[in-house]
Design a protein around this ligand. Structure first.
Ligand code: ASP
Length: 600
């Protein structure tokens, strides 16, 4: 078939010295443009790279004349002879920088209006404007390369898992509300007025049902939709590597995922991750790092000074200890801090909820501290033993988990401020044995820490039931001490994904729903299908889901997941390019039997 335009027979990136003298046709966009004394130089960009093209009166008067019309981002076709650039005019930073194309024919395939955002370089435009013209921003190689990297990552994962017997299976988007913890996006059913589908927050129940169906290893690059408030690491829709395996135990699942992640790190970052990864139980993570996603690229673990001050005469410490609270410390051994720097650390801790933050300094073997004169000799010498001259120890007396969290945040702040993080390192680890449930202030009830399908640590669960005469009693405060078989993969202090060994027995699953406050009727109407499925010989199974967007920003070094999503939404959930969400017509609403009741 005849092509209506001069179609390319080469890509910019293919041009090499040996081609000098050859006639080629290139297609692409005008990336840069210079008029030097009547000769026009343009950089032509296609998806592969760039090539300098020259419009010279003596080569083709007609093309030279047409070249006057060129502006940035015109879409063009050029035919010309590949030539070596004159000596001194090479650009060694460019792959084709020793060459140019002497154009004998130019065809303007499509002109380009005045650009709202710069393509040839980062024009520093507002994020929203760049999102409105995202397709132009994506013309910039440094932006589109991330999307190509995304593709490569997905292919790598697909191959890795297929080679290990995993089967990729699609699950419905029009699904049923799932208890993942976020708000559902609802889709009204036209055929069944008043009924709604929910877009899946994750394929959790479907993948478990696939295990009941007998597929031993499932995965899916799955879109998950959650109607939550957005943050830098959160979008309304995100992509997960969703996985599930049957006839496995926790070590099988963790082993498979860490092998995958170490292979990804080798392939994409040429970085050796040694496996098995460290595994830190949740409780220990909180006690040592004050957070369930510790950044292990630096030390400075939280120290518990409870024993040293067990019989202290310092009243406020004693009273915190008597109430079951803790005396926690961070040893900062990097550099001496000035008075105002110490004050700034205290100020930060207060912003996190501390009443105050004390400190000890080893001042050449003498203890310097506002508390020093109230301390016993034994306390003083034990503290001094922990500090080298010049070291500072920040001390917090606080009750409950909040104390650990304050110290955890202070630890991170100190590491960032004083540059303690080794940026060349990747610290991958598992946090295991998460609590089974937590208290939700918003809902005023016990809710799952992970999700309700997570298997408890069975011995603990059985003891809990025994204590409560066989009833899953949410009012027994020891419920918060129960652990589950849930785990998170953490990289450099970011949660990459989570999963668990699942419940596969209908009786246990029903007990957990009851613990979460559901009545038998609610359980049957909302979860009858999965309880049924578990009663037909459901195999032991477990799995996890890893965030693809979060994994990618670890690889690209970006801060926000919007950088690696082709068409992201703003923090208000708006797509400025397509202008969505948007109102719909009355006819559409009528068909769906929906009447709007909008706030004034
Ligand atoms: N569906 C869970 C989630 O999205 C992950 C899992 O348990 O596999 O967090």
């Amino acid at each position: 078939m005849e092509t209506a335009y001069m179609k390319r027979n080469h890509l910019a990136d293919e041009m090499n010295d040996a081609m000098a003298g050859q006639e080629v046709i290139l297609n692409g966009w005008v990336h840069q443009l210079r008029d030097l004394g009547g000769v026009i130089f343009a950089l032509l960009r296609d998806h592969s790279g760039m090539m300098q093209v020259v419009f010279n009166e003596t080569i083709s008067a007609e093309s030279r004349k047409l070249a006057d019309e060129l502006r940035f981002e015109y879409c063009i076709a050029v035919r010309g002879i590949v030539a070596l650039r004159p000596a001194g005019q090479e650009n060694l930073e460019m792959k084709t920088g020793k060459l140019e194309l002497k154009v004998n024919k130019l065809e303007i395939l499509n002109p380009c209006d005045v650009l709202p955002i710069s393509v040839s370089q980062d024009g520093g435009e507002r994020k929203e404007l760049r999102m409105k013209y995202r397709y132009l921003e994506l013309r910039r190689p440094e932006i589109s390369n991330k999307i190509i990297m995304r593709h490569q990552l997905l292919i790598f994962i697909r191959n890795f898992l297929s080679e290990r017997g995993f089967c990729e299976i699609e699950t419905p988007l029009l699904a049923k509300s799932t208890p993942e913890g976020a708000r559902d996006f609802l889709v009204p059913s036209r055929v069944q007025p008043g009924y709604f589908y929910a877009l899946p927050q994750s394929p959790q129940q479907f993948k478990q049902l696939l295990m009941v169906a007998g597929f031993p290893k499932y995965f899916q690059i799955a879109r998950c939709l959650r109607d939550e408030d957005l943050r830098a690491d959160r979008q309304l829709e995100h992509t997960q590597l969703d996985m599930e395996m049957s006839f496995v135990d926790r070590d099988d699942v963790l082993g498979l995922i860490e092998t995958l992640y170490s292979a990804i790190w080798k392939e994409f970052l040429d970085y050796d991750v040694s496996t098995p990864l460290p595994r830190i139980p949740y409780k220990k993570a909180i006690e040592q790092y004050g957070i369930d996603k510790p950044d292990l690229r630096f030390g400075m673990k939280i120290i518990n000074l409870g024993e040293i001050f067990a019989d202290t005469g310092i009243k406020f410490l004693k009273s915190v200890l008597d109430k079951g609270g803790n005396i926690l410390a961070l040893r900062f051994a990097e550099q001496p801090l000035s008075r105002s720097e110490i004050d700034a650390v205290e100020e930060f801790a207060k912003e996190q909820g501390a009443f105050g933050l004390a400190h000890f300094i080893n001042d050449n073997g003498k203890l310097k501290s506002p508390m020093a004169k109230h301390m016993s000799e034994d306390e003083t010498s034990k503290i001094l033993d922990m500090l080298k001259p010049g070291d500072i120890m920040f001390v917090l007396a606080h009750e409950g988990k909040a104390g650990y969290e304050i110290m955890g945040q202070t630890r991170i702040m100190l590491a960032k401020k004083y540059d303690l993080i080794d940026k060349s390192k990747y610290a991958l680890l598992w946090v295991t044995d998460f609590p089974l449930v937590q208290w939700s202030d918003a809902e005023s009830k016990v809710v799952s820490e992970h999700h309700p399908f997570t298997m408890p640590i069975e011995s603990e669960w059985n003891e809990f039931l025994e204590r409560n005469n066989g009833e899953p009693n949410p009012d027994d405060k020891s419920v918060f001490e129960l652990s589950s078989q849930a785990y998170d993969l953490v990289i450099n202090g970011q949660e990459m994904g989570s999963g668990s060994i699942r419940i596969n027995r209908p009786d246990l699953q029903r007990q957990i729903f009851k613990l979460l406050g559901l009545t038998d009727d609610q359980i049957d109407s909302q979860f009858g299908h999965i309880l049924d499925a578990f009663s037909f010989g459901a195999p032991p199974h477990g799995g996890a889901a890893m965030g693809i967007d979060r994994t990618l920003i670890q690889i690209t070094g970006d801060e926000a997941i919007t950088d690696v999503i082709p068409f992201p939404k703003t923090l208000k959930g708006v797509d400025p390019m397509m202008d969505s969400p948007s109102p719909v017509s009355n006819e559409q609403l009528k068909e769906l039997h929906i009447k709007l009741d909008l706030p004034e």
